[in-house]
Design a protein around this ligand. Structure first.
Ligand SMILES: *[C@@H]1O[C@H](CO)[C@@H](O)[C@H](O)[C@H]1NC(C)=O
Length: 174
């Protein structure tokens, strides 16, 4: 019984410590310019029910100051697709997303890792989330096509790998 209570206390402490964090974009989760892109955050922490979503660049020569792209976003949505009309930042590195107090944008609740915006037509990063489909649904042509749905892209990769493996076995076995 004592152990059960202790476990509960530890679990509650873990929940309380789960600060609001932006899980994407980030170092390995770039955006694609002039396309739809996704922001994801940890929505377990309900201490900030709403926030403004802002985008900035660490180089003030690229963008002077962070600007709001979505006001009063509900935390419980857990992610948001940003259309090309809502954010039109140029390709480049050093971009970051900020979640701020809706009435005081210098009160920063969370900031993403710096991320890159790749040129129009670039492939999206592979996502495991179910929302990756919407991220891939853009008018971008050319090299973006293989990544339009991450699951099919990865299964194609696996099939090709398996095929080569089978061929290699066949060659070695001959
Ligand atoms: C806005 O937030 C900053 C950082 O938390 C704080 O220093 C400042 O006093 C706040 N401004 C107002 C008007 O509440």
């Amino acid at each position: 019984m004592r152990f059960a209570i202790l476990s509960t206390v530890v679990a509650l402490a873990a929940v309380a410590a789960a600060d609001l964090q932006i899980t994407s974009p980030g170092t390995d989760n770039w955006w694609v310019a002039k396309s739809s892109n996704v922001i994801r955050w940890t929505c377990e922490d309900t201490s900030h029910p709403t926030f403004n979503i802002m985008i900035g660049n660490k180089d003030i020569n690229v963008q002077t100051a962070p600007i709001a792209i979505i006001p009063n976003q509900n935390n419980f949505d857990c992610s948001k697709t940003i259309t090309a009309d809502q954010a039109s930042q140029a390709p480049g590195t050093g971009w970051f997303i900020r979640l701020t107090n809706p009435v005081n944008e210098t009160d920063i609740f969370a900031q993403s890792q710096d991320f890159e915006i790749k040129p129009l037509g670039s492939a999206y990063p592979v996502q495991t989330s179910s929302t990756s489909g919407s991220a891939g649904a853009t008018g971008a042509s050319g090299s973006a096509a293989p990544a339009s749905t991450s699951n099919s892209a990865s299964s194609v990769g696996w099939s090709v790998g398996a095929l080569f493996g089978a061929l290699a076995v066949g060659v070695l076995g001959a």
